[in-house]
Design a protein around this ligand. Sequence first.
Ligand SMILES: C[S@@+](CC[C@H](N)C(=O)[O-])C[C@H]1O[C@@H](n2cnc3c(N)ncnc32)[C@H](O)[C@@H]1O
Length: 216
Amino acid sequence: MDDSELNASELGTFDYWQKAYTTEIINYDEHGDPGEVWFGEDSAQRVIDWISTSGIDKDISFVDLGCGNGYSLLELARRGFTNLIGVDYCPEAIMLAKKITKEEFPSIKYKLFDIIKDDLSNLGTEYGIVHDKGTYDAVSLNPDNPKENRQKYLEQVTNMLSNNGLFVITSCNWTDQELIQHFSEKMKLKCVIPTPQFKFGGKVGSVISSVVFIKK
Ligand SMILES: C[S@@+](CC[C@H](N)C(=O)[O-])C[C@H]1O[C@@H](n2cnc3c(N)ncnc32)[C@H](O)[C@@H]1O
């Protein structure tokens, strides 16, 4: 795995997410505000469009790693996906996601699960799609052992996937090329979901990267 690490940030800590979701629960209860859509609705919708127009069975088993407020799960349920589970290590995130999605889609399941520390026997394996938006980023920003944690993350995701299962990741801290380098050890690149690009100093780059891998 690549040696270079991101600069540590509070976004990589459990305390940050617990405080953030505690506030978001209050905002939701008082004003019906579902809270932050990380990296914006456009980037979430691009991935949801890709998943829902790629000929994937609507009953494929789908797990959202670090589901936060459940936005991606809700949008996929609205597109007809029926076998959805969201996991997060923060109980307040699970509480918020349940509040937001339970009336419209009581069938979405949730589980408290730490992708780095918990055993997969608590979550199961053979998922057809493992989805991540911003959670690998949070793991990478953790001040303690980011490199070891990224390796553990890679192993857990690989073991969670069925044969030919898809791993769909969106990051705003790692480029497409960095993600490909990190995950190619255990997965094959399927495609990069096109995202708007910018040019700076003669180099073309994306602010947000969404990449799809297939289990080797
Ligand atoms: C940037 S937020 C993204 C939330 C959601 N995926 C979205 O796009 O709105 C990162 C999420 O990852 C969760 N998270 C961070 N580290 C985790 C870990 N080790 N295991 C499970 N969830 C984790 C946080 O609680 C938070 O909900």
